[in-house]
Ligand binder design. Structure first.
Ligand code: ADP
Ligand code: ZN
Ligand code: ZN
Length: 738
């Protein structure tokens, strides 16, 4: 062993996660100088020809990399770990489970500014060590005058390192390090001064109903841990249950984490929590500036914030003493990230709670079939809130048969009459239509030509504000042709979008304010907030909108909800279409009659006999799920099997299919398992944004088999030369099959 190697042998190897699309941790040597090294600290490292900030994940006795090729960490950026051991174990678990590059997984969990190496809301304070005395300074004075000066100053008072340049003069680091090596000085962390956050008193809530009380008892006083599925119709007081459970967790001095769907996190939600609790609350969502996000995150991590409310990625928020996790609207697809690291925040919440031994409650009026199944199988404890809280009763549901009563411009006479009745009675009206824009297509009635997107297998949508044709899949916009490109005849906008309904309503009810809630009107959080506020205050009398309407908004005076077209989605290609449609219809219906006045729901459909609709009208969601689960079981779809999807896309048509066929061959060449492979097949919309897309589906009833196959397969896929000619991704537990 040469001398260098002997030296290295005594040094630990640092395993570092770096934000790069690679499945490994990277090995480094410790920095030449520096303090304690603990997993969870950020380190600055040389990486290829660049420098990166990585996260120290573990220390190991040895490396597989030859020692001459190991490089050193340049700097340790934290004096205390940024992430705790539990946080890191969870991330490592997630990287394995989703078979995703570990550095990108860690990057998801850490705010951008922290990843860029920003010093975090902590001051580094230099102070004299307890053992140091003025005698040490005297002893050093002759031989090392600068060391002596620094030590004297620190013996007098500790110093914020930020001001060290001014106080000690430039070039102080060398002498300081030598003092550190002699054990005479040290650097400690002090919390940055947080603005005084005077906690207000907690205000009490209403007296719980017996079923609410039982739910709270199940969550926090349960005989053992394990998720609670809180199945409660909209307005049944689920939020009140979370609040009570949180209250008792806070009383024990612990923190609570609340996850909500992206659009469910409105100022109204946050206000409700703030009004109830006097403590500091950290709010985390995608609309924050990086600076604000970092502050909120640091508040959670330091424990200053007692409650964290956030969307998807908040599930990774480090919290020193989290005692409860609540996931509201657990069925919401926005909990699943659809690009990059495709994780399910709902599922990770369950795993996090399990690993930390704390309660978790999943709440919904329309739980996912996965969660219903977990409850049936005894893995979750299901608690039902069957009735609305307070005085509100369930809305009356009516079906209008479009074959008998055709709609004009999307609205039938019975619906218009009901609207008039509710508006006259001072109620507000919500109309749901899952299509934004003015018309769904621009159509030539002479030859049947339709304006299509040149880059997608899709029609262009007609918009009026701003006017033009737009593709909802690639965002392309263009001026509409004035005449048919094929025969020169005139063109007609066909089909209804929310813009068109809004215009029709404005003409029909000229004295009332009609609002519209969709991605076009709610482009920013501010515009969304303004729209919701107008509705809550009653300025808007009729609100027409898309899916965005369904997300748990509480509009007290809405008494009528109309679903303009239930048939979109009745015959979808995805095995989840039924579930999604049932959830959407029930969620939007749930906006009706949340107070004293009885609500009414009108469903317009051409298929009034469809079993899905009749279930929803008569028996409700539980009946629907029983039948839907039987169908899933018969067809072998989740939750009775587990899926993983490999997707690929490229500008050439054959490449994605060719690549996925190679992947299939590799998978079949591997060891025999009970995983069936479906495809490759072109995606339901094969061309999108000018790229051809295809998919390969893995399905298994045994999760370990599926994961074993993926773990073997991915490295082989990465080394395929075809993999460099396509863009590909893996989606474990996909929620959409295209
Ligand atoms: P969900 O989250 O299930 O939609 P909420 O918790 O928002 O239901 O409750 C719906 C409404 O009923 C709210 O206005 C809430 O203040 C009220 N509420 C909830 N629980 C009770 C209760 N036990 N007594 C009286 N009112 C209640
Ligand atoms: Zn034509
Ligand atoms: Zn397009």
């Amino acid at each position: 062993m040469d001398k260098e190697a002997a030296l290295l042998a005594n040094e630990p190897i640092l395993k570092v996660a770096i934000n790069a699309p690679l499945r490994t941790l990277f090995d480094y040597l410790p920095p030449k100088a520096g303090g304690a090294l603990l997993p969870g600290m950020r380190v600055r490292v040389p990486f290829g020809r660049t420098r990166q900030v990585g996260l120290l994940v573990a220390l190991a006795p040895a490396s597989d990399v030859p020692s001459v090729r190991l490089r050193r960490v340049e700097e340790i950026l934290d004096l205390q770990p940024l992430l705790g051991a539990e946080d890191m174990d969870l991330l490592l678990w997630a990287a394995r489970y989703y078979a995703h590059p570990v550095g990108e997984v860690f990057a998801t969990a850490i705010p951008t500014l922290a990843r860029q190496g920003r010093r975090l809301g902590e001051r580094r304070v230099a102070r004299a060590a307890a053992a140091a005395s003025p005698a040490d300074a005297e002893r050093l004075a002759g031989r090392a005058p600068r060391q002596a000066a620094i030590l004297r100053q620190l013996l007098a008072a500790p110093l914020d390192l930020e001001t060290a340049d001014d106080e000690f003069g430039p070039g102080w680091r060398g002498p300081f390090r030598r003092l550190e090596a002699q054990g005479l000085v040290e650097i400690t962390l002090a919390p940055a001064d947080s603005e005084g956050d005077v906690p207000g008193p907690d205000t009490g809530g209403p007296t719980l109903t017996p079923s609410q009380a039982a739910a709270v008892e199940n969550i926090i006083g349960a005989p053992g841990p394990g998720p609670v599925l809180l199945f409660g119709v909209t307005g049944s007081g689920k939020t009140e249950v979370y609040l009570r459970a949180i209250e008792s967790v806070l009383a024990e001095g612990r923190q609570a984490l609340v996850l909500v769907p992206e659009i469910g996190l409105t100022p109204q939600t946050v206000r409700r929590f703030r009004r109830r609790f006097g403590c500091r609350i950290a709010v985390l969502h995608s609309g924050l500036t990086e600076k604000v996000r970092l502050e909120a995150w640091m508040d959670a991590r330091s424990g200053r914030a007692r409650i964290v409310i956030g969307t998807r990625s908040a599930v990774f928020t480090p919290m020193p003493d989290c005692g409860l996790i609540a996931v509201d609207e657990e069925h919401d697809p926005s909990f699943k990230q659809q690009e990059g690291f495709r994780y399910s925040a709902r599922d990770i919440a369950v795993v996090r709670a399990h690993r930390s031994g704390i309660p978790v409650v999943l709440g919904s009026a329309t739980p996912s079939l996965e969660s219903m199944r977990n409850a049936d199988a005894g893995r979750y404890r299901r608690v039902d809130l069957a009735e609305r809280a307070g005085s509100a009763a369930r809305p009356v549901v009516r079906v209008v048969d479009l074959r008998v009563t055709p709609a004009r411009e999307g609205l039938t006479t019975p619906l218009l009459q009901a609207m008039q009745r509710h508006l006259d009675g001072d109620g507000q009206v919500i109309l749901f239509l899952n299509r934004r824009g003015y018309a769904t297509a621009l159509f030539c009635s002479e030859c049947g030509w339709v304006a299509e997107c040149p880059r997608c297998d899709a029609r262009m949508t007609v918009h009026q504000h701003p006017a033009g044709l737009r593709c909802h899949h690639c965002n392309r916009s263009e001026q509409p042709p004035s005449t048919c490109r094929q025969c020169g005849a005139g063109l007609r906008p066909v089909g209804q979008g929310t813009e068109r309904i809004e215009a029709v309503l404005a003409a029909q009810f000229p004295d009332l304010t009609v609002g519209r809630l969709d991605r076009d009107t709610a482009k920013t959080r501010e515009s969304l907030t303004a729209l919701l506020e107008d509705m809550r205050q009653g300025r808007t009398r009729i609100l027409v909108g898309t899916q965005m309407l369904t997300k748990g908004h509480d509009f007290p005076d809405v008494t009528l909800v109309g679903v303009l077209n239930c048939d979109q989605g009745l015959f979808g290609t995805d095995f989840r279409s039924d579930e999604r449609l049932a959830q959407t219809i029930l969620q939007v219906s749930g906006r009706a009659g949340r107070r004293e006045r009885r609500g009414e729901v009108i469903l317009q459909t051409s298929y009034p006999q469809h079993r899905l609709l009749s279930h929803l009208v008569s028996g409700g969601y539980a009946d629907f799920t029983r039948e839907a689960l039987d169908e899933r079981a018969a067809a072998g779809w989740p939750p009775f099997s587990h899926l993983a999807m490999l997707r690929a896309e490229a500008t050439g048509r054959g490449e994605p299919m060719g690549f996925l066929q190679r992947c299939r061959d590799l998978a079949e060449g591997g060891r025999r398992t009970c995983v069936s492979i479906l495809g490759p097949a072109p995606a339901p919309m094969e061309r999108r944004s000018g790229r051809y897309r295809a998919q390969l589906l893995f399905r298994s009833t045994a999760r370990p088999d599926l994961h074993a196959l993926l773990n073997d397969l991915l490295p082989a896929v990465e080394s395929l030369k075809e993999s460099r000619r396509v863009r590909w991704s893996l989606d474990v537990d996909p929620v959409e099959l295209f």
